[in-house]
Structures are given as structure tokens and as C-alpha cells.
Design a protein around this ligand. Structure first.
Ligand SMILES: Nc1ncnc2c1ncn2[C@@H]1O[C@H](COP(=O)(O)OP(=O)(O)OP(=O)(O)O)[C@@H](O)[C@H]1O
Ligand SMILES: [Mg+2]
Length: 209
């Protein structure tokens, strides 16, 4: 499996956010997308998953253009704003994602992920009853619950202190390995660098050498 971005550019209201970005991500690879706030990380991730359209350039998974069906089938996404469903318990959030993306639920996988992420005791809590760090881990569990080929995480450690950020970064890498998934983490946090083998730095819309 290979995700390929070729010569991607995108502007909002005439202001260029991404400029001629090219990258590849293969099965099992892990990549950190590092850049300051406003550098276009979330925009690039949205284009990678087919949630936003580039102005020029293309994104393909094994040569097929990204679309909604490919995203549902192959991507697990940890959104910067988490987007947990507030009316549902943590475990029901995971069941819903599995049903929507894979067509069936897998209670054993859900139990395993909640355990691995240290939130098994919060399975029946609703999102507003979780601490910010617990909610972030819940969003990570939900992304992995669909057995994605590609795990995309946007600022997954923003609410965590240094120690816990390092723990969650390691856990993301380990869980991606366990699942055989590729991993891309977007962050402004330089401290995650040691936990991910490859770093791409976004600056002024381009990937710095
Ligand atoms: N829907 C939109 N309409 C107009 N401008 C947008 C839109 N989304 C993002 N932008 C602008 O594009 C730029 C890049 O935003 P983006 O969210 O991709 O940055 P980021 O690197 O993820 O930042 P952060 O670290 O704060 O999450 C910002 O200047 C932002 O204001
Ligand atoms: Mg962002």
C-alpha cells in the first residue's frame, strides 16, 4: 500500500497555504509532519484523506484517487477537534465508527484498544465527562477501531504534559505497528521528534529540506 501526494497546492481566498507538496507514505512507515500553527498541517491532512480538495496536484492510494469510499475503508483519523459524538458513551462512539466504516462492530478489538490506551474504566462515560487527555486517547482508540491501513493523527498530544505526550506518541507508534498501519502525526510539538523515525517540516507552505 502506498499513499502518494504529487505537486499538491491549495489556497484559501487567494492566500496560498500549501505549495507544490509531494510525499509518499508506505505500509508500516511513520512520519511526523512538523510545523508552526497556521502552517497548513490540518489542511494537508484533510487533502490526504479526501476531506478537502487540492487546487492542483493529486493524492492517490495505490494509484487510485482518494475518495469517500477509500477514506472509510482505509483511514483512521484522529481529528484535531476530536469530533467524538457527545450523545454516545466512549464505547458506543467506537462501535458507531466501526459500523459506519467497516459495516460491523468488533467488541474484542474495542476492549483491547481501550485497555491499551488506559481508558477501559471510562468506557461508559460520555465525552463531556472525560478529561481532555482521556478524550484524546478515546479519539485515538476510535481511529484504530476501524483497522485502518493509514492512521492519521492531528495534534494528538496537544492536551498532554511532556511525559504523557511522549507516552501517547510511543503508544501511537506501537499501536500502528501492532495493526500494521502507516502513521502520520501532525504537530507543532518538537518534542515528538524522537518518537517517529521520519520528520517532514512544513514552512511557508512548503516541505523544508
Ligand atoms: N476553511 C478555511 N477557510 C479559510 N482559511 C482557512 C481554512 N482552513 C484553514 N485556513 C487557513 O489556512 C492556514 C492553515 O491552516 P491549518 O489549519 O491547516 O494550519 P495548522 O498547521 O493545522 O495550524 P494549527 O497548528 O493551529 O492546527 C491558516 O492560516 C488558516 O487560517
Ligand atoms: Mg491544525
Amino acid at each position: 500500500m502506498m499513499l502518494t501526494v504529487r505537486n499538491l497546492s491549495k489556497a484559501y481566498a487567494g492566500r496560498q497555504v500549501l505549495l507544490d507538496i509531494s510525499l509518499t507514505l508506505r505500509s508500516g512507515e511513520k512520519m511526523l509532519l512538523l510545523g508552526p500553527s497556521g502552517s497548513g498541517k490540518s489542511t494537508l491532512l484533510a487533502c490526504l484523506c479526501g476531506l478537502a480538495q487540492p487546487d492542483t496536484g493529486k493524492v492517490t492510494l495505490d494509484d487510485a484517487p482518494i475518495n469517500d469510499a477509500i477514506r472509510r475503508r482505509h483511514f483512521g483519523i484522529v481529528f484535531q477537534t476530536l469530533r467524538l459524538v457527545s450523545a454516545l458513551s466512549l464505547s458506543a462512539n467506537l462501535v458507531l465508527a466501526q459500523k459506519l466504516q467497516t459495516g460491523r462492530s468488533d467488541p474484542a478489538l474495542i476492549a483491547h484498544l481501550l485497555e491499551r490506551l488506559g481508558i477501559a474504566g471510562r468506557a461508559n462515560a460520555r465525552p463531556h465527562q472525560l478529561s481532555q487527555g482521556e478524550a484524546q486517547r478515546a479519539a485515538i482508540a476510535r481511529a484504530l477501531a476501524v483497522r485502518p491501513a493509514i492512521l492519521v493523527a492531528d495534534e494528538p498530544t496537544s492536551a498532554l504534559d511532556q511525559t504523557n505526550a511522549a507516552i501517547v506518541a510511543r503508544l501511537l507508534a506501537d499501536l500502528a505497528d501492532e495493526a500494521g498501519a502507516a502513521l502520520i502525526i501532525a504537530t507543532h510539538d518538537e518534542r515528538l521528534r524522537p518518537h517517529v523515525p521520519r520528520t517532514l517540516t512544513l514552512a511557508e507552505g512548503r516541505i523544508a529540506a
